[in-house]
Write a protein that binds this ligand. Structure first.
Ligand code: NAD
Length: 248
């Protein structure tokens, strides 16, 4: 178990996929971890995998008041918040013609407002401490508008593009104490994408210059770099982690 003075990282959507890989990476680097995710067996299992002392924060990242309480719980338990990884997300396969207002609102609430809720909840503690790192997980879809075959259509692309604007604005507002950066994963094999990838593996691989579909660990290592490496002169930066799938 990390020392009681060890730095603290909150990972949203940390129960599986990219979030869990990130939490495991940060834990190996000596961080104490809080995992924010929907209540359920995945969260309990992830807490067990990350290890003793890991704090579970069951709940919906889209719920403002609950997130405020969860951030207070982290501070009460650990006394500090060094890193926030805004990773929780859901896909949204419906087009503009198909989607309902509720489905659109839900997609924005989880993917975009969830980032606002958590930034708003942790920024005061980071500013008071004079240090902090925020890493937001966007998507290649923010830049491409989504592949025609993608699991997620315009509402997801809208939310993920919003994260890029939020990242750039907060990098300025929270500087110099807090750095705010984002990653844009490409096709990464997780529960979110496994059905699509299984059905289209060769076609998707053909769109990736590095010649393979990504793993959660491919993204985690870049998030962990942005979250931990000192000195680090990056803020407001967007890093594509996609094997060259989208080269700007
Ligand atoms: N897998 C990919 O190809 C890919 C590509 C680009 C971006 N992303 C983004 O990466 C992030 C992680 O995706 P993943 O592929 O690991 O997916 P995943 O579905 O395996 O993991 C997402 C996690 O977020 C949690 N979550 C969902 N809604 C939540 C809510 N309202 N409150 C709290 N937690 C919630 C889920 O329970 C799950 O544990 C997402 O933001 C996703 O949009 C993934």
């Amino acid at each position: 178990m990390p020392a009681e003075t060890a730095p603290v990282a909150i990972v949203t959507g940390g129960a599986r996929g990219i979030g869990l890989a990130t939490a495991l990476d940060l834990s190996r680097k000596g961080y104490r971890i809080a995992l924010a995710d929907l209540d359920g067996p995945d969260l309990a299992a992830a807490v067990g995998r990350v290890g003793e002392g890991t704090l579970a924060l069951p709940g919906d990242v889209g719920a403002f008041a609950a997130v405020q309480e969860q951030a207070a719980t982290v501070l009460a338990r650990f006394g500090r918040i060094d890193v926030l990884v805004n990773n929780a997300g859901i896909s949204q396969p419906k087009t503009l013609v198909e989607i309902s207002e509720d489905e659109y609102d839900r997609t924005i609430a989880v993917n975009l407002k969830g980032c606002f809720n958590w930034c708003k909840a942790v920024a005061p503690a980071m500013l008071e401490a004079g240090r902090g790192r925020i890493v937001n997980v966007s998507s290649v879809s923010a830049n491409t508008g989504g592949a025609r075959s993608a699991v997620s259509k315009f509402a997801y692309c809208t939310a993920k593009a919003g994260i890029l604007g939020m990242t750039r604005a907060l990098a300025k507002e929270l500087a110099p104490a807090v750095s705010v950066n984002a990653v844009c994963p490409g096709s990464i094999e997780t529960a979110l994408t496994s059905g699509l990838i299984a059905a289209n593996r060769e076609a998707i691989t053909g769109t990736i210059p590095l010649g393979r579909i990504g793993t959660p660990e491919d993204v985690a290592v870049v998030i962990a770099f942005l979250a931990t490496v000192e000195p680090n002169y990056l803020t407001g930066e967007i890093i594509d982690v996609d094997g060259g799938q989208w080269i700007n």
